[in-house]
Design a protein around this ligand. Sequence first.
Ligand code: ADP
Ligand code: MG
Length: 320
Amino acid sequence: MASEFDLIARYFTRPAPSARLGVGDDAALIAPQPGFELAVSADMLVAGTHFLPDADPLALGHKALAVNLSDMAAMGARPRWALLSLALPQADEAWLEQFSSGFLALAAEYDVDLIGGDTTRGPLNLSVTILGEVEAGRALRRDAAKAGDAIWVSGELGGAALGLQHLLGERQLPPAEAAACLARLHRPSPRVALGCALIGLAHACIDISDGLLADLGHILERSNLGAEIRLAELPLAAAVAGRLDEPWALCAALAGGDDYELCFTAPAERAEAIRAAAAAAGVPVACLGRITAEVGLKLLDAEGRSMPLHETGFDHFAGR
Ligand code: ADP
Ligand code: MG
């Protein structure tokens, strides 16, 4: 059977031109460009908690890195280096071949070098540490929202959550919608180009991993502010669009996890610049509300009337 070192050499050792020293020593050596800060983040995917143990390894490799790239996007940082720590129940080379292909293909797409990690036997667990660069003092922080800011969201919401429900047999979707939702769940597109383009335009930013309300809630809490959200402006996955009067659809849109879109705030007068930056990054964006000095979150219906959360039926689903 291949040793741990053979596996690392075969599947995880690739040239790392952006590092002074990559995989193979006790530590990698890197240096950020002068005038830049390192943005550093880690995310772990645990079998049985974050994915089903028989999940497609190619998609898992993609997702393990994608969720970390999304954290860089949310800071406005350019991702540069990754470390990959794996606990594997056995040295299944077919699995490793697929997993590393998915991981390394996405790394190549974003110009990220794999510079180290750890490989050990144990219950399946995938942990990635990502390092990126952002101009000193300019990162998009959660605590930087200002009263009066417009609230924006990239892409569309609700698809990944419905994909998971479909996978678990909790909801039947027509084939085309199911395929779109499963793609959202398994192959999220980290919004790196948009995040970088928002430096100097946006105030606060976060990536939506736990649902719009929860993640926007982190911005509000850290910035000590409130928000109004106009339901009619929510950018929705096709499987949700037109069905917001049904609690399950509203719940997927407002509280569905795993979409990995960006939610950000910016002065209202920058709307045109933001639309131009998003178009250049190739990502749709929607303006769906505003930050208020008064704390708390208000949902507004199509006529601008405030909808208490419990009247939307959303409460019943929240926290799932
Ligand atoms: P050490 O004994 O010093 O911890 P290891 O034997 O764990 O070193 O790893 C040897 C080299 O391989 C190190 O450079 C480490 O960063 C790298 N490495 C180990 N596992 C992985 C992995 N899954 N992906 C990328 N690099 C890895
Ligand atoms: Mg080690």
